[in-house]
Design a protein around this ligand. Structure first.
Ligand code: ADP
Ligand code: MG
Length: 783
């Protein structure tokens, strides 16, 4: 009996060997295979006449093999085949096509898919370069039973799952189709149903099909299903599966929100002490947006439930001071506050600026100065022990640190508020650990991020959080002038840097790597100097991770559907245009010091320096003792030196959008006019081109985020693993925003009150399923 949970090896045509290969791709059961959905379809019901082909478009063509020849050109063997329909023909070519020599027979029917190009030799005719092909089964012959599967219908095409059959053939789309067809037939013969996962009454109301019907219609669409809907995953079948996935996600988040509301936290009061404290500390008038955000935060803090709030605000919008004010609320209530930053540099900077801000101020409550303690992983053991002691004994009001703050050894006396800066650089697990620090009462938690995310997505990604947005920059900022240029014009750039320094300003020059990197590094999609703590990258060891982290980055789009085949293409392109040698921070530091920037005071900062050296380099720059800071992306987050007015990014073609935006955010923090110069070297890919142009055109973080999201897809964009967002089987957060809204609404409704149309046992089934899923896929179950 075939069930969804049946191991795949028992399915006809699969067997032990293939099952092993499939397991490597996460396909272990019948259900897993059924959710391996086609990524495109070919219309073999109404195939395109060759006469209607258009140059430049992707097309699928069915025709008869008329003849083929293997040409030995000077550079490579070329396999050419002519495919015809009646009198029209199209020529197909495959480079290095020896392997195709004995593949085709004249008279065979083949299905082709690929890009159409106009023939150069004969006007009005077309050719297809390297099309994908499938030899169609014959009406009479050993494969006749598959004719109805592969011809005269809309045919699904699947992503290759790896592996080969027992006789060494690849597990092609054709193979998958046959296996899947067999599964559907068997299910039909048995009971004709699969376990339904949503209440039928709900499906009926939303006009969505049942689960089996949905799966079947996606794998084997009925004649007449609009191709456009199929290709954009918008058929009722697709919508049903997407909705289901998002419904359970939203239901889980809804449940978490509800549980949180039942928990006990601290109700802070905001009396005269707090007002007085804030007044003493605040160095400037907050913007309206800052006031609004603080109002929302304080509103939460006054409630007896623990706060879970996300403070979102573009780079430089002034989140820190808002967080500091929140910290004062907790401290003036006699509680401790903790501020956690993803990098040592940032934590240290926060520590010093906080000391400056409130070091000499007396707390209205105690009449004594505020006590601030820094705790990072690279402090020596003694210093760490002492810091932990002060935190534990309550001799610290505000603890500032890195991931070291959530280590098990750190206990707070009475932690009231946790602030997580640049939260997108932390893993979810770390965030949760910090939240759970105090066992008696839940501390309030404020997480901050500069990654602008469209609101609906933010609510899902941080589904358990309320969101405040600072959508206004502090006054007096002039827009940052952003320019592109190339390495060849470097001298002009250095001249400009000298001019700015002569005018009393400072500059950053950022490189993608610390030192001489190999030429064969793939383009960085989201280069980062992995100084982020946690996830195995502790302070001390972190420096060494840069180069390996870089070279591990996948090629742009290599994993996304759009990027299919990009990898191979990129390899070929690299052979044709070898990558220019990468300039690196250390080498350029030496070169510039004795060359173009001789006489200026240069500093060097990267992840491989010791914590002390990093701090010294950062503080010298902060004090204005260095003019130009040559760095890697360690300075990407949080660093705040208002006098710096120039950001030069070398090899800008290698940086991701979010990252360039963050880097640019390091300047334009003071009143002086600021500049961001994006320098490229060598070939710039189409995508990099789009990123650079977007940077020049807009400074709006939300617009850039949209483009980034489109380019990289949600998985890469959010750093799915890092953010704790599940990998979806069907849904795509960008494409399916409308369904996400619907799922959210329905989930809230479902949790709120029983729908009389849904029987109790169906409701129970939903909750049971949620529990299983939440556990298996999100791994974040709370007790
Ligand atoms: P981010 O949101 O990127 O963390 P910061 O908190 O570092 O931004 O603030 C950026 C800069 O703006 C800092 O130098 C800060 O002192 C300054 N700043 C913040 N709020 C205001 C304000 N209301 N008026 C003037 N300057 C401000
Ligand atoms: Mg900040």
């Amino acid at each position: 009996m075939l069930e969804l949970s049946t191991p795949i090896k028992y399915v006809k045509r699969v067997g032990e060997r293939v099952a092993e290969a499939l397991a490597k791709r996460g396909v272990e059961t019948v259900e897993d295979l059924l959710y391996h959905l086609p990524f495109r379809y070919e219309d073999r019901l109404n195939p395109l006449p060759i006469g209607e082909l258009k140059a430049g478009a992707m097309a699928s063509v069915i025709g008869e093999v008329r003849g083929s020849v293997l040409l030995r050109t000077r550079s490579m063997p070329l396999f050419e085949m002519t495919v015809g329909q009646g009198l029209s023909t199209v020529k197909c070519m495959w480079f290095h096509g020896e392997y195709l020599r004995d593949k085709f027979r004249v008279g065979q029917m083949v299905a082709l898919y690929g890009k159409v190009e106009a023939s150069r030799s004969s006007a009005g005719r077309f050719k297809m370069i390297q099309p994908q092909f499938e030899i169609l089964p014959e009406r009479e012959g050993p494969e006749a039973e598959f004719v109805r599967l592969e011809m005269g219908r809309i045919v699904p095409v699947y992503e290759f799952l790896g592996g080969t059959t027992a006789w060494g053939a690849k597990l092609t789309s054709r193979w998958l189709r046959r296996v899947l067809w067999g599964i559907f037939e068997e299910i039909e013969e048995q009971s004709g149903t699969v376990l339904e996962t949503l209440p039928p009454a709900l499906l009926e109301r939303l006009k969505l099909p049942g689960r089996l019907e949905a799966l079947r219609s996606i794998h084997f669409p009925e004649a007449g299903t609009p191709m456009a809907e199929l290709m954009s995953a918008a058929t009722p079948g697709h919508r049903r599966l997407i909705f289901e996935e998002l419904f359970y996600l939203e239901l889980g988040l809804e449940l978490k929100r509800r549980r949180l509301r039942e928990r006990e936290g601290t109700a802070f009061s905001t009396g005269a002490n707090v007002r007085q404290a804030i007044k003493q500390v605040l160095p400037f008038h907050p913007t309206t947006a800052q006031k609004r955000a603080l109002g929302e935060i304080v509103g939460d803090m006054r409630k007896p439930q623990p706060m879970r709030r996300l403070l979102q605000g573009d780079v430089g919008s002034g989140k820190t001071i808002v967080a500091m004010q929140a910290a004062l609320v907790a401290i003036e209530n006699g509680y401790q506050a903790a501020l956690m930053a993803p990098t040592e540099i940032l934590a240290t900077q926060h520590y010093f600026s906080t000391r400056k801000l409130m070091g000499d101020v007396l707390s209205p409550r105690t009449g004594k100065p505020y006590r601030v303690t820094l705790l990072t992983g690279s402090l020596d053991e003694g210093a760490k022990r002492e810091a932990r002691g002060r935190i534990f004994r309550g001799e610290t009001d505000l603890a500032i640190g890195t991931h070291a703050l959530i280590e098990d050894k750190v206990d707070f006396e009475n932690l009231g508020l946790v602030i997580v800066d640049e939260q997108h650089r932390f893993g979810v697990q770390q965030r949760f650990r910090l939240m759970k620090k105090d066992t008696a009462l839940d501390p309030d938690v404020l997480v901050m991020t500069a990654t602008p995310i469209p609101r609906t997505l933010a609510l899902t990604l941080y589904g358990d959080l309320d969101v405040s947005v600072i959508d206004e920059l502090p006054p007096g900022r002039t827009p940052i002038v952003t320019r592109r240029t190339t390495e060849e014009r470097a001298d002009d750039v250095w001249g400009f840097v000298r001019k700015q320094v002569a005018a009393g300003r400072q500059a950053y020059i950022v490189y993608p790597v610390i030192e001489g990197a190999k030429d064969d590094q793939p383009e960085l999609d989201f280069a980062q100097d992995d100084e982020i703590e946690g996830t195995g990258n502790r302070d001390q060891g972190s420096g060494a991770s840069l180069q390996s982290a870089d070279s591990k980055r996948p090629l742009k789009g290599g994993k996304t559907k759009k990027g299919r085949g990009v990898k191979a293409g990129a390899k070929a392109a690299e052979r044709l245009f070898p990558k220019a040698k990468l300039r690196s921070a250390t080498e350029m530091y030496d070169e510039l010091r004795s060359g173009a920037l001789a006489g200026l005071r240069l500093g060097l900062l990267h992840g491989r320096l010791s914590a002390d050296d990093k701090e010294v380099a950062m503080r010298r720059f902060q004090r204005g003792d260095t003019d130009v800071l040559i760095a890697t992306t360690v300075i990407e987050v949080g660093v705040d030196v208002p006098n710096a007015s120039v950001m030069v990014v070398e090899h800008a073609e290698r940086f991701g959008l979010a990252q360039m935006h963050q880097l640019r955010g390091r300047v334009g923090r003071g009143a002086a006019k600021s500049y961001c110069i994006l320098m490229t070297a060598g070939q710039v890919s189409e995508q990099a081109e789009a990123r650079l142009n977007a940077m020049v055109q807009t400074q709006n973080g939300f617009e850039l985020a949209e483009l980034d999201l489109q380019q990289r897809g949600p998985g890469e964009f959010f750093g799915t693993r890092q953010a704790g967002l599940p990998e979806f089987r069907v849904a795509n957060l960008v494409r399916d925003r409308a369904l996400l809204e619907l799922a959210k609404k329905e989930a809230a409704k479902f949790a709120e009150q029983p729908d009389p149309a849904v029987p109790q046992e169906e409701r129970d089934a939903v909750w049971t399923r949620l529990k299983q899923q939440w556990q298996r896929r999100y791994g974040l179950v709370e007790a």
